[in-house]
Design a protein around this ligand. Structure first.
Ligand SMILES: [Zn+2]
Length: 50
């Protein structure tokens, strides 16, 4: 499930280290790197980890 920006920013304030994966095509943020993002047909390796 895509994660809302609001939730992402809230989690960034946590001490716990959490990584997100940004789809370079549509900008959706996922909590786990997908094998292949079906919504955009993007391989997981293209996702931007941050
Ligand atoms: Zn996408």
């Amino acid at each position: 499930m895509p994660v809302s920006i609001k939730e992402t920013l809230a989690n960034l304030n946590n001490k716990e280290e959490v990584f997100y994966y940004l789809c370079p095509v549509c900008g959706n943020i996922e909590k786990e790197r997908p094998e292949r993002y079906l919504m955009c047909n993007v391989p997981g390796s293209k996702f931007i980890k941050y």
